[in-house]
Design a protein around this ligand. Structure first.
Ligand code: HEM
Length: 484
């Protein structure tokens, strides 16, 4: 077959590529099977009707539930009538175990006050100032991989957790965790591996005072974190009081300064601590998964690998300000990755009073579940919903996506405060990796998505990496710079 035809054939095959995902259940699961599957992998519970119908009532072992995947009804729950819905107990517990005073789980006046103080810290302008810190973390990763030689096998999932933790450290405490840094990293891994487990007691609504085995372990780790963060906060307060010009330009300084400015709007010391931990918890694992899925999807598509490589070679040697905004194709790959594999795969709320969602009655206490995973693959909302196609997020196609049909970061007053930060970080890190390395999935490894707090690849993501032998003089120049 002539080369041009082979190329066209390959492109067509790649454009029809459907990355791995559980096949929807033909019918909703019965209660016992549902509880078992929820415990194993909640992603495997969804039935065909959830991907085909706007709203499905019922289906959970307890109480009245509505599974809502229709943009105008979602808009009503998350934005227009948001005051009638509050975060439900299970979501708060799973997503923010132990961090009850942080922004992720606070409610009412406490949440309002915190959001007002914290929002400017995550505004676009402040986040752009973190570009060098994010690129610094990416460069450390590249240097480490360069030392592994050709054809090394790495676990991309673990590597991405490492680089995002490094970004968190550089942007929250840019002077580092200090001498206990390695202990803190180890405790962090234990913490995230343990809070990931949903206990069947949670699903059955057993009250909080009944102890859950895994959580006892979390509590001691949490105590250790709290003591460490207190130590870092006190040291920073001293610098701010004695030598303010020497204070690093990072999230901790911004947070403490914002506190000192507002005379009435003061968060307590323990709220500051909870929020620092919340930023670490909410920001590191989610972005790590975003990067892992993006790398996996790129490993399956030569077209997009080449496009992102060409863009990275072109843009990463240009001026630093605005660099993430110029990486448009890289960003489209990331947005498509979190459409197919949204790190936060379910958002839930409990109704406080009566309401009506597209003709479905909502009662006080009704549980509303909106799953970005189901929404992003809904048959009524997307063309070829299960195929990988970053073109959806380029140019005018992007503008056609309904704001309430694409919710990787939620929507309304409680939408993710760190979305600009996360997208910038993921774009810069992915482009840097692609510029310096080619990679392929380890032959024989079956990739499978699993939901454990966040949506991640089950059993890691082993890949074989190889430094790129690009002839582009700009790629060579930046490699020299990196090794100098
Ligand atoms: C790709 C990465 C991320 C994803 C997919 C993500 C997703 C989300 C989602 C879906 C929500 C809304 C939950 C709800 O409405 O119930 C949320 C809230 C939140 N996120 Fe993120 N997030 C990411 C990164 C980050 C980062 C980097 C930070 C901070 C450093 C962060 C901090 C928060 C906080 C504090 C909230 C609670 C906001 C509030 O309730 O006012 N997230 N995130």
């Amino acid at each position: 077959m002539p080369e041009a035809l082979k190329h066209a054939d390959r492109m067509l095959a790649e454009r029809a590529y459907r990355p791995p995902a559980p096949k929807p259940q033909p019918r909703p699961l019965k209660p016992i099977a549902l509880i078992r599957t929820l415990k194993r992998n909640p992603l495997e519970c969804w039935a065909a009707q959830h991907f085909e119908q706007p709203i499905v009532a019922g289906g959970l072992p307890v109480g009245h539930a509505l599974l809502v995947h229709e943009p105008s009804a979602i808009r009503r729950v998350l934005l227009d009538n948001a005051a009638n819905y509050r975060k439900d107990r299970l979501q708060r517990r799973v997503l923010s175990a132990g961090l009850s005073e942080g922004l992720l789980s606070a409610e009412g006046e406490q949440w309002h006050l915190q959001r007002r103080v914290i929002a400017p810290i995550f505004a676009r302008r402040t986040v752009m100032d973190f570009t060098p810190a994010m690129m610094g973390a990416a460069d450390v990763l590249i240097k480490r991989w360069s030392g592994l030689g050709d054809h090394a096998t790495i676990d991309v999932a673990a590597e991405m957790a490492r680089v995002t933790l490094d970004v968190v450290e550089r942007t929250i405490f840019s002077d580092g965790f200090g001498s206990d840094a390695e202990d803190i990293r180890t405790a962090m891994v234990t913490y995230f591996n343990t809070i990931g487990k949903i206990s069947p007691l949670d699903l059955l609504g057993v009250p909080d005072f009944v102890p859950r085995l895994g959580r006892l372990r979390v509590r001691s780790t949490l105590k250790f974190f709290e003591a460490e963060v207190d130590r870092v906060i006190s040291a920073r307060r001293r610098i701010l009081a004695e030598q303010p010009d020497r204070a690093p330009n990072d999230l901790l300084t911004h947070l403490l300064e914002a506190l000192d400015r507002g005379s009435e709007d003061r968060m307590t010391e323990s709220e500051v601590r909870s929020n620092i931990l919340t930023f670490i918890a909410a920001g590191h694992e989610t972005t790590a998964n975003t990067l892992s899925w993006s790398m996996f999807l790129l490993s399956q598509s030569r077209e997009w690998r080449e496009r992102v490589q060409a863009e990275a070679d072109r843009q990463l040697t240009g001026p630093i300000p605005g660099i993430a905004d110029r990486l448009v194709e890289t960003r489209a790959v990331i947005e498509e990755a979190i459409r197919l594999y949204p790190p936060i795969a379910a958002i839930s709320r409990v109704a406080l009073g009566d309401d009506n969602l597209n003709g479905e009655r909502v009662r006080p206490g009704s549980l509303i579940v909106i799953s970005p995973y189901v929404l992003h693959r809904h048959r009524l909302l997307w063309d070829s919903p299960d195929t990988f196609d970053p073109r959806r997020f380029l140019g005018s196609a992007r503008a056609e996506i309904d704001r309430f049909a694409y919710l990787p970061f939620g929507a309304g007053p409680r939408k993710c405060i760190g979305s600009t930060f996360a997208l910038q970080e993921a774009t810069l890190v992915l482009a840097t990796i692609v510029k310096h390395f080619s990679f392929q999935l380890k032959p024989g490894h079956a990739v499978w998505p699993i939901l454990q707090v966040t949506l991640r690849p089950a059993n890691g993501l082993p890949m074989i990496i190889k430094p790129r032998t690009s002839n582009d003089p700009r790629a060579r120049a930046s490699r020299r710079l990196l090794h100098s």
